[in-house]
Design a protein. Structure first.
Length: 264
């Protein structure tokens, strides 16, 4: 069996597929860092059973335009299931986005998975949910191990679903934090990829691993990799942390990145 997935993306689905004996075809994102749905369609073979999408994506904080998603879902050959991970859907503001839950309601072969680890702040509770037709949820339930979700996790998730103010506050804080980061990058002369999530990817213009280790020595943990040697992914935090991050970045790179400091 074969799974088709974008790259770079969140690794979990491809990891599980490989662990279960499937092979994974990776389709690079397009020139705007958005999942290439045309490329994914072209990568489908008779062995393809599942397409895995993360929307918005991670580490690239972009999302797919809903009209493109409509065209893609409606053009799929029969027998293929699309799993869409919407871990970051609370953070999206662009009107171009539409949750794939609408396809589930239409009876299409789509499974949407969401986590309580992001906007709800329950990462340690290890709980999420899926939305799909019973044809798929029954299959998922039959292969789940007993007691995978604790009573505490379930209680926390139920409380979180009723706490809409917490989500509003989290999203507001995230928006303010991203604004500080984006203004900071602009002032430093650094390019960044506009974000629909709670992290931003920016181009250091130099060796990202070096910048990341300098940031670590100043107390900031960031991620590098994904075949993008100049880019760093930074998550949002408290507003004062974002301000401190930009100051630290300026100290490392030089205040004007047109005259950027480079690794020694
Ligand atoms: C796209 C995506 N899905 C899922 C997760 C993690 O979810 P969970 O904590 O429920 O395993 C992450 C975490 O980084 C993620 O980026």
């Amino acid at each position: 069996d074969e799974v088709v997935s974008a790259t770079p993306t969140y690794f979990q689905m491809a990891y599980e597929a490989t662990a279960n004996g499937a092979s994974v075809i990776y389709v690079p994102v397009d020139e705007n860092y958005v999942i290439d749905l045309d490329g994914i369609s072209q990568a489908i073979t008779p062995d393809t059973k599942l397409i895995s999408l993360v929307n918005p994506n991670n580490p690239l904080p972009t999302c797919v335009h809903k009209t493109n998603m409509d065209a893609f879902i409606n053009s799929l050959p029969s027998g293929i299931v699309v799993v869409v991970d919407e871990a970051y859907h609370h953070y999206i503001h662009t009107p171009d986005y539409g949750s794939c839950i609408r396809y589930v309601a239409e009876g299409l072969p789509v499974i949407v998975v969401r986590t309580f680890s992001k906007a709800y702040g329950l990462a340690g509770a290890r709980i999420g949910y899926s939305a799909a037709s019973s044809q798929y949820t029954n299959q998922i339930a039959s292969s789940q191990m007993f007691g995978m979700v604790s009573n505490l996790g379930q209680a926390a998730a139920q409380a979180a679903l009723n706490d809409t103010q917490h989500v509003i506050d989290t999203v507001t804080l995230n928006d303010q934090a991203k604004e500080i980061l984006q203004d900071g990058f602009t002032n430093l002369g650094l390019d960044y990829i506009p974000s629909e999530t709670n992290f931003i990817m920016f181009d250091t213009g130099t060796n990202a691993s070096w910048v990341a280790s300098e940031l670590a020595s100043k107390g900031f943990q960031v991620r590098t990799g994904w075949g993008m040697p100049q880019h760093i992914r930074v998550s949002t935090g408290l507003l004062e942390e974002m301000n401190e991050f930009i100051v630290a970045l300026g100290e490392i790179l030089g205040q004007d990145c047109r005259e950027r400091k480079t690794p020694p």
